[in-house]
Write a protein that binds this ligand. Sequence first.
Ligand code: COA
Length: 320
Amino acid sequence: MSVILGVGASLPPRLVTNDDLATRLDTSDEWIRSRTGIRARRWVEPGTTTSDLAVDAGARALRSAGRSTVDAVVVATTTPDRSCPAIAPAVAARLGLVGVPAHDVAAVCTGFLYGLANAVGLIASGAARTVLLIAAETFSTILDPDDRGTAVIFGDGAGAVVVGEGGPGIGPCVLGSDGTGADLIQVPAGGRHFRMSGKEVFRAAVERMSEVALDALARAGLGPADVDRLAPHQANQRICDAVARNLGVAGSKVLTDLDAVGNTAAASIPVLLADAAAHGALKAGDRVLAVAFGGGLTWGAVTLTWPDVVADFGVLGQDR
Ligand code: COA
């Protein structure tokens, strides 16, 4: 069994509101809010990398866990600073962790849950007793600024957890993929910009997230009535509402920060958890159901018993 020993998150300082986007795109605050639930997002300044956010979130998670070292580092990202090598070794080195195994995981918006399965597996295999899992993204660097269907949705950020031995904590991780839908969310070969077929993705997200969430509950011997907090990937408020409805989980139990950060892809769930824990919406002992869907297509879900930790949630370059 594995548990979460610490949690941290880091957002870039630059706030981009819907009105800011409407000055250059044919869109409006009203359209974005009513169709997605997003009011604002954080975007990095030019020169700030995914690694910069990852290092800050990782340092915060280590501080939350009260440790300076771990046995392994996993970074979940779709927007690495460079395509080769993985950024995890460099992130680990900047955290003073030279010598530990470090690798990246690419599963787009399901990246954190794929990474969590990696972290739990490293511990179960005996390769590590503690793992720092960081999910970090700078989607603003791959968005087409002229594509109103994607430019309004994505934000930048990073979230991290330290995972260690013990329990009860992290339930069975249930993951899936369907590569026949690979073209629905992609940066086309040779292209620079991210493309998404919004309508198809919307439908598939609701269906897959509902299914895999029920699967993860069943694998943990639980039902929807046992869920204290639903932590859905923050893709679109209407997707989160539909999944909660399909599961029969009351709206009051659904965590959300989408309005303030948008869709931060792999970072979405750990940023949400860190925010909720830091601001009192998530308490020790709460049973959490986390569920995600993303490019690949990929999806996943897991149950967590929330630990007694002080989350370190902050802004890059401030208060650390
Ligand atoms: N502002 C104003 N109008 C917009 C717009 C914007 N930002 N984006 C799209 N539109 C327009 C479209 O051009 C279209 O106009 P048309 O009818 O004249 O062709 C109209 O709004 C409807 O577009 P559609 O794509 O059908 O809207 P939608 O209700 O499906 O909402 C998304 C678009 C992207 C918000 C929605 O599909 C979505 O959230 N999809 C899932 C995205 C997601 O979560 N991805 C990550 C998953 S991991």
